[in-house]
Design a protein around this ligand. Structure first.
Ligand SMILES: Nc1ncnc2c1ncn2[C@@H]1O[C@H](COP(=O)(O)OP(=O)(O)OP(=O)(O)O)[C@@H](O)[C@H]1O
Ligand SMILES: [Mg+2]
Length: 270
């Protein structure tokens, strides 16, 4: 019997940017260079599992996450969601049923929520787009259920984002991602902007949601301790490349590359 296809398969993906070098143009030459932010990256995420992606600032983690969401075009390689090749769709032109399957949570819950929308509006919008057959009443019930799923309640739906703490805002962002019943959520440093105690609550919430719904995560972090606890599989990224990969036991227990050893040495361990 064939193994079920993974929810996400990234094959040899590269993303390049044209960057100004700061040097002066010389007879029309120079002044720009090609910078490879993601360099021939391949990996898979099985349904319902968590893959942790770690690496220093600027190594290409967010660019890779954005490429998976099709918010960033890729220069080569392929990305599959289940059996569908999503990389063949131009950025932001992914068909709705496929777009629904992969959602994203960003690092900064202050910037990712529209300050002019009430929580009810924030959660209604994806429901209206992806489930147009829902009645207003059904939508209302669904919004309350989503808020309860992330540890908030019905009374919160009439409030605006600025009336919440950072941790609560991240809960709203999680509810928004969950609204469309995704199969994968790309979590781009979802707790980095939060207080340590709140970080633990959000991580627990994400674990609980995974146990309830079977959603898979690509969890981006620079904090290796967070990823170790959460991940079924870990990828270590440096300068656009995956330089080490394995189970948390392998990567943390017997790191192969000096870079991973350096990252680990920087983490206070209990
Ligand atoms: N639109 C862009 N144009 C040019 N260069 C870019 C663009 N977006 C990102 N980069 C560059 O690509 C590299 C990778 O950036 P990226 O945001 O993916 O890093 P990161 O690993 O997420 O870092 P951090 O941990 O700080 O969030 C950086 O050198 C960045 O300057
Ligand atoms: Mg980033």
């Amino acid at each position: 019997m064939r193994a079920p296809s993974p929810i996400l398969r990234v094959e040899n993906v590269s993303v390049k940017f044209l960057r100004r070098t700061g040097t002066r143009k010389f007879f029309g030459f120079g002044g720009k260079e090609i910078f490879t932010a993601v360099n021939r990256v391949s990996f898979e995420i099985p349904a319902g599992k968590t893959v942790g992606l770690v690496g220093e600032s600027g190594c290409g983690k967010s660019t890779l996450g954005r490429a998976i969401l099709r918010l960033q075009s890729i220069d080569s390689g392929k990305i599959f969601c289940g059996n569908d090749e999503i990389s063949r769709f131009p950025t932001a032109r992914m068909p709705l049923p496929l777009r629904r399957k992969i959602q994203m949570i960003f690092q900064n819950p202050y910037a990712s929520l529209n300050p002019r929308q009430t929580v009810s509006n924030v959660l209604s919008e994806p429901l209206e787009i992806h489930f147009p057959e829902m009645t207003a009443r059904e939508r209302e019930d669904e919004i309350v259920a989503l808020l309860e799923q992330v540890g908030l309640n019905a009374a919160h739906r009439l409030r605006y984002p600025h009336e919440f703490s950072g941790g609560q805002r991240q809960r709203i962002a999680i509810a928004r991602a969950l609204a469309v019943k995704p199969e994968l959520i790309v979590c781009d440093e979802p707790v980095s902007a939060l207080d340590v105690s709140v970080q633990a609550q959000i991580i627990d919430l994400l674990k609980k949601i995974q146990a309830q719904t079977g959603v898979a995560y690509l969890f981006v972090a620079h904090d290796l301790a967070v990823v170790e606890d959460l991940s079924d599989y870990v990828l270590v990224m440096r300068s656009g490349e995956i330089i080490e990969r394995g189970t948390p036991e392998e990567v943390y227990g017997s790191p192969q590359s000096d870079y991973t050893k350096t990252l680990l040495a920087a983490v206070p361990r209990l």
